[in-house]
Write a protein that binds this ligand. Structure first.
Ligand code: NAD
Length: 250
């Protein structure tokens, strides 16, 4: 598979699955714009891609701010001539039991996971409509389907991402835009490790079907597959659960 000459935006490209996706898309030949709030880490990824002979730039982008989103979309079009692929990987989760969730936590969670998806999908789709097509890959979570526990706002936001993606697909298919959802199960990234001890992580992994979390690089392979032109339209609108490693019983 080759993504030679394609232009891609990767949100959340400074860390975890976004980082792995940015590096893999670039290694397959795509020119990559990394949109993230973490400037140091984002620049590190750009250096890694360039060291391997790839093309990338970083632009500090807060996905919850529409003008930031519009700015990175405009910059990508200016530098790369269009946007073939949006890998919208950025997201954040804050654990809190439902009865303790306050308005601030609710808003913050919905803002990054759902508003961010709305802004970047809409600004990117405007470009894709004009150029006659493109691919959008949005990141949800297995908790979008299960509800999870201690993550009510996040689960609701990610369920929103799944449904929004289906609606966008229905509307934009006529413009040759394909929308996919990746819904990760437990995946070994800084987000998954945050606030957990090595003991916690080991205990959680023992409960997983295959006894280990998914690696970010494994999810990146799915992103690269969905980004490739050879992935036909019969897969568009679908949600891909990386649930091989999800909790038993899912
Ligand atoms: N790791 C898991 O087990 C897991 C499970 C289910 C779903 N997910 C989802 O997968 C995606 C990737 O998660 P990850 O585990 O790689 O996390 P991560 O924390 O390693 O990476 C997420 C990236 O998103 C960026 N980000 C956060 N808020 C942002 C904002 N407002 N604007 C721009 N960028 C922002 C962060 O700076 C970070 O670089 C997320 O959408 C997450 O919700 C992860």
């Amino acid at each position: 598979m080759s993504l030679k000459g394609k232009s891609a935006i990767v949100t959340g490209g400074a860390s975890g699955m976004g980082r792995a996706s940015a590096v893999l898309l670039a290694s397959r030949g795509a020119k990559v714009a990394i949109a993230d709030i973490q400037a140091d880490k984002g620049e590190e990824v750009v250096q890694e891609i360039k060291a391997r002979g790839g093309t990338a730039f970083f632009q500090r982008t807060d996905l919850t701010v529409r003008k930031d989103v519009k700015a990175v979309v405009d910059e990508t079009v200016k530098r790369f001539g269009g946007i073939d692929v949006l890998a919208n990987v950025a997201g954040n989760a804050f654990h809190k039991p439902f009865l303790e969730v306050d308005d601030e936590l609710w808003d913050r969670t919905i803002k990054i996971n759902l508003y961010g998806t709305f802004y970047v999908n809409q600004e990117t789709a405007k470009v894709m409509v004009t150029q006659g097509g493109g691919r959008i890959i949005n990141f949800a979570s297995t908790v979008a389907a299960t509800g999870g526990a201690d993550l009510p706002a996040y689960a609701a936001a990610k369920a929103g991402v799944v449904t929004l993606s289906k609606g966008i697909q229905n509307e934009l298919a006529k413009h040759n835009i394909m929308v996919f959802v990746v819904a990760p199960g437990a995946t070994d990234t800084p987000l998954w490790r945050r606030g957990r001890t090595e003991e916690d992580l080991a205990r959680m992994q023992r409960r997983l079907k295959f006894g280990r979390a998914v690696k970010a690089e494994e999810t990146a392979e799915l992103v690269a597959f969905l980004a490739d032109d050879t992935t036909g339209h019969m897969l568009a609108g679908q949600t891909f659960h990386t649930c091989g490693a999800s909790f038993m019983g899912f």
